[in-house]
Design a protein around this ligand. Structure first.
Ligand code: SF4
Length: 329
């Protein structure tokens, strides 16, 4: 059976004053099976959010999807006409972002925003939509949903706003929930509660979940499999236990090392991966991780490694384990 979400070799480009179009995502492959939770991890600048936006053809102008394919529920998203795209955006996929304050309209009540989401994607009357909104606000764990429904976003905490956004995303009863850094703006306690809520919703609604985050330890708490992105491409995919116990790509290993605190208590600090993610203009023709990789060989700077299947469900992009990509004609 085909994955419910299938992104293959996605490429996104923006205009560039010197070279026409510059690819900022080039080589992202992600497959989410029905009912599973997939984590997508990588540092800032690895292409996580652009990949999420590309899923629903929401790349901001003047950006464009210039390569690859995106299929959701069997629908070819990149070729879909407006009506089918609307179906994908509502009935197939619910989306929540990192910053609920920006996603919610500050001058409209919570009720009107959740009701709008319910009516946009489903054939329900105004009174049915209001009843549904109250049920959804209760389902996402908001106490006193009637009071929350009458409130405006600025009257709520960050955790409450994120739950309101989640209620809106669930309004059309989607089969897939895409959560892009859903806990980054929250404190540790709210973060843990949000993770527990997503797990509960996943089970009760039989949702497939795409959980996008820079935080590998957080992702490891909730997902079944993990896709690691680096500099706009997929570099490793594996089951959670396998990836955490036996990472193959040097970048995944480096990310895992950053989970181990140096010291403890309030003085504890977490190391970062040395160096920084290269900007797309600095990618060059070799492996994009080569400038930071302790194992880099000459070959790594001259050709781009291919995403290679090691075994079922496990792929890696590294010359230590695979071959070079066929040069593009
Ligand atoms: Fe390191 Fe080479 Fe593997 Fe890239 S291909 S991750 S530079 S060993």
């Amino acid at each position: 059976m085909r994955p419910i979400v299938e992104v293959v070799n996605l490429a996104v480009a923006f205009p560039d004053s010197t070279r026409g179009w510059r690819r900022v995502v080039d080589g992202v492959t992600v497959a989410l099976e029905e009912g599973e939770a997939m984590g997508v991890v990588g540092e800032s600048g690895c292409g996580k959010t652009l990949t999420v936006l590309a899923l629903l053809r929401l790349i901001p102008e003047p950006g464009r999807i210039v390569g690859g394919s995106v299929r959701i529920g069997g629908e070819d998203v990149l070729a879909a006409e407006e009506r089918r795209l609307c179906w994908v955006r509502g009935a197939m996929v619910g989306l929540i972002f990192q910053e609920p304050a920006q996603a919610l309209n500050p001058v409209r009540s919570v009720a009107s925003q959740v009701v709008e989401a319910a009516r946009l994607h489903g054939e329900v009357s105004v009174s049915q939509a209001h009843a549904l909104a109250r049920r959804l606000l209760a389902e996402v764990g908001l106490e006193d949903p009637d009071r929350i429904a009458r409130s405006y976003p600025h009257q709520l905490s960050g955790g409450q706003r994120q739950r309101v956004l989640l209620a809106s995303a669930l309004a059309a009863d989607p089969r897939v929930l895409v959560a892009d850094e859903p806990t980054s703006a929250l404190d540790t306690v709210s973060q843990q509660r949000m993770v527990e809520l997503l797990q509960r919703l996943r089970e009760s609604r039989r949702l497939s979940l795409l959980f996008v985050s820079h935080d590998l330890s957080l992702v490891g708490r909730i997902v079944d499999r993990i896709t690691v992105l680096y500099a706009g491409e997929t570099v490793e995919v594996a089951g959670r236990e396998t990836l955490l116990a036996d990472p193959k790509h040097p970048y995944t290993r480096a990310l895992l090392e950053t989970r181990v605190a140096i010291g403890d208590g309030p003085d504890a600090r977490f190391p970062t991966v040395p160096g920084r993610v290269p900007r797309s203009r600095d990618w060059g023709r070799g492996c994009r991780f080569a400038p930071r990789c302790p194992y880099a060989l000459r070959q790594c700077r001259e050709a781009r490694p291919a995403l290679t299947v090691l075994e079922r469900g496990r792929t890696v992009r590294c010359f230590l384990l695979g071959d070079a990509e066929e040069p593009v004609a």
